[in-house]
Ligand binder design. Structure first.
Ligand code: FES
Ligand code: FES
Length: 156
């Protein structure tokens, strides 16, 4: 079957079985390999993308479930939130091995879109589905707080 997908603001036509997880369409059909396979069963968050702004596990999302929704992956850093997070990740030296980090950043993007000034407990809650084997959680939290502050300052 053919599917029309909007990914990072661009239209793509892909040929795929309807049950194929979005993760493999992104990685294998479109070469967007920043979205990672971790567990493959919805438990780790490594494959997180956003669908209409909300965090979604690409390994658990059949391509046929997307419809007209806008998909965003780590390859896009077009908006202010994405850029502020990227800068804060660098400033706080967040990644260790890096494997989980694209999923972490996509969940953080969805979190800040929904809640521009999250309290530490809200960050913990919003990021709870993203596992980091290297234990970078304190730096992730600090970077999200910092990005939220920078974004708030920019809007004053
Ligand atoms: S790879 Fe999708 S949640 Fe782990
Ligand atoms: S930085 Fe290594 S798994 Fe998160």
């Amino acid at each position: 079957m053919k599917f029309q997908l909007t990914i990072n603001g661009q239209q793509h036509e892909v040929e795929s079985g309807p049950e194929q997880p979005l993760l493999w369409v992104l990685r294998d059909a479109l070469g967007l390999v920043g979205t990672r396979l971790g567990c493959g069963v919805g438990q780790c968050g490594a494959c997180t993308v956003t669908v209409d702004g909300a965090a979604r596990r690409a390994c658990q999302t059949p391509v046929s479930a997307i419809g007209q929704a806008a998909i965003e992956t780590i390859e896009s850093s077009a908006d202010a939130i994405a850029q502020a997070l990227q800068a804060a990740w660098v400033k706080h030296n967040v990644p260790q091995c890096g494997y989980c980090q694209s999923g972490q950043l996509m969940s953080a993007r969805a979190l800040l879109r929904q809640n521009p000034k999250p309290a530490p407990a809200e960050i913990n809650h919003g990021m709870a589905g993203n596992i980091c084997r290297c234990g970078t959680y304190p730096r992730i939290r600090a970077a999200i707080m910092d990005a939220a502050k920078q974004l708030a300052n920019a809007h004053q």
